[in-house]
Design a protein around this ligand. Structure first.
Ligand code: NAP
Ligand code: MG
Length: 380
């Protein structure tokens, strides 16, 4: 039996994590887990080595499941007395796996959608490498000249600064964009859904233009026939046109986006389908390694109330679906139908609970987390 790499996290989601394991998984399954504690205290104690160890373990075993974690900022530095400002764990894991993130809403028929026309899920594929997330920035203090240089002799003035301002340089790699295109195209095939890609190549002729060309070349040389055979389409349009078309669509497609666009649009799509807590996130590497997590953060506001002894109504659904995604994948890789079957039954128990009118406040219900988890368990 293969192993699942488990990455624990922070705050309210850490509390949910423990309860989901104790109440919904361990009583029913014999799991081979490899545990890494990515809670901020342990990241600080290990100088963040634990994050890299966990990422390598996911690559080794092929399947990981991750709890939400704090990305440190200036406030967290003080709050946790950190030795230094650590990078986002997700960014560290993404770069090691060179993966693509697919964010898909969990569609619950009884939860009203803010965009009534969206009948089927819209899966957002976010390119998980480079751009502003790996940019180099400079707060220009005063007058001076900014130039872009490359070691082959390329040299161009970016701006003759008349006074203070800001400056940023970013990059991407053909190889990474190509593996992004491949991941998106194979994912669309596996789901039998159209693939859209959009960026801004009219303004960014070299940078975004390169993305567009690589997508087109990858499609024509590797995927066109298979897309035609399965009756799905690849479709490129400008990002502003895409936004307008997405609003008018019925959903049911995969929308590939550059890193920043995917970051922004996935929260919009999640909100429209009901709640951030109904959104899952799958990191897929070109060689098929997968890491599953909820798309939301550590729900800090609820955690503060929890620490004061209050019962919170934090929605555990996306975190449960991160686990079921990992279990189903592990089951698929090992040919373990018992595990895949359990994952499906747990998802059904969650959806039945919501359909029966028991849900957390973010979905318009009144159940606290305890009540919700107990109801799910009783259905299991
Ligand atoms: P957040 O944890 O996603 O929460 C933002 C708000 O969304 C909450 O205050 C809550 O609204 C609502 N919400 C999110 N998840 C919910 C759930 N499961 N059930 C009910 N309501 C939910 O974002 P944040 O407060 O901006 O970030 C908190 C921490 O999470 C930060 O330190 C950030 O670095 C980290 N983060 C981690 C990840 C990750 O690991 N993947 C992703 C994003 C953020 P109400 O308070 O109105 O109920
Ligand atoms: Mg985001």
């Amino acid at each position: 039996m293969g192993r699942i790499v488990e990455l624990d996290g922070d705050e309210m989601t850490r509390i949910l994590w423990g309860r989901i394991k104790e109440e919904l998984l361990l009583p029913y399954l014999n799991l081979d887990l490899e545990y890494y504690d990515l809670g901020l205290e342990n990241r600080d104690a290990t100088d963040d080595a634990v994050t890299l160890q966990a990422a390598r373990a996911i690559r080794r075993h092929g399947v990981g499941v991750k709890c939400a974690t704090i990305t440190p900022n200036a406030d967290r530095l003080v709050e946790y007395g950190l030795k230094r400002m650590y990078p986002s764990p997700n960014a560290t894991i993404r770069s090691l796996l060179d993966g693509t993130i697919f964010r898909a809403p969990i569609v619950v028929p009884t939860i009203p959608r803010l965009v009534p026309g969206w009948k089927r899920p819209i899966t957002i594929a976010r390119h998980a490498h480079g751009d502003v997330y790996m940019g180099t920035e400079y707060r220009v203090p005063g007058p001076g000249k900014a130039e872009l240089l490359f070691s082959d002799g390329f040299r161009r003035t970016v701006c003759d600064f008349p006074g203070p301002g800001v400056l940023s340089a970013m990059y991407n790699l053909d190889d990474s964009v190509q593996s992004f295109a491949r991941s998106c195209m194979s994912f669309a095939l596996s789901r039998h859904q159209d693939l859209w890609f959009s960026c801004k190549d009219t303004i960014s002729k070299q940078y975004d233009g390169r993305f567009r060309d690589i997508f087109r070349e990858t499609f024509q040389s590797e995927f066109q026939e298979r897309f035609e055979a399965s009756g799905i389409q690849y479709f490129y349009t400008l990002i502003d046109d895409a936004v307008a078309r997405v609003m008018r669509s019925e959903g049911g497609f995969v929308w590939a986006l550059k890193n920043y666009d995917g970051d922004v649009m996935s929260d919009m799509v999640a909100a429209a389908f009901g709640s951030l807590a109904l959104m899952t996130s799958i990191l897929v590497s070109p060689d098929g390694v997968r890491e599953y997590e909820a798309a939301h953060g550590t729900v800090t506001r609820h955690y503060r109330r929890h620490l004061q002894g209050e019962k919170t109504s934090t929605n555990p659904v996306a975190t449960i679906f991160a686990w079921t995604g990992a279990l189903a994948r592990r089951g698929e890789l090992d040919g373990n139908q018992g595990m895949a079957g359990f994952a499906a039954r747990l998802e059904e128990a969650v959806l039945d609970t919501i359909k029966s009118g028991i849900s957390t406040r973010d979905l318009g219900g009144s159940a606290d987390t305890d009540t919700f988890l107990t109801a799910v368990r009783s259905r299991l």
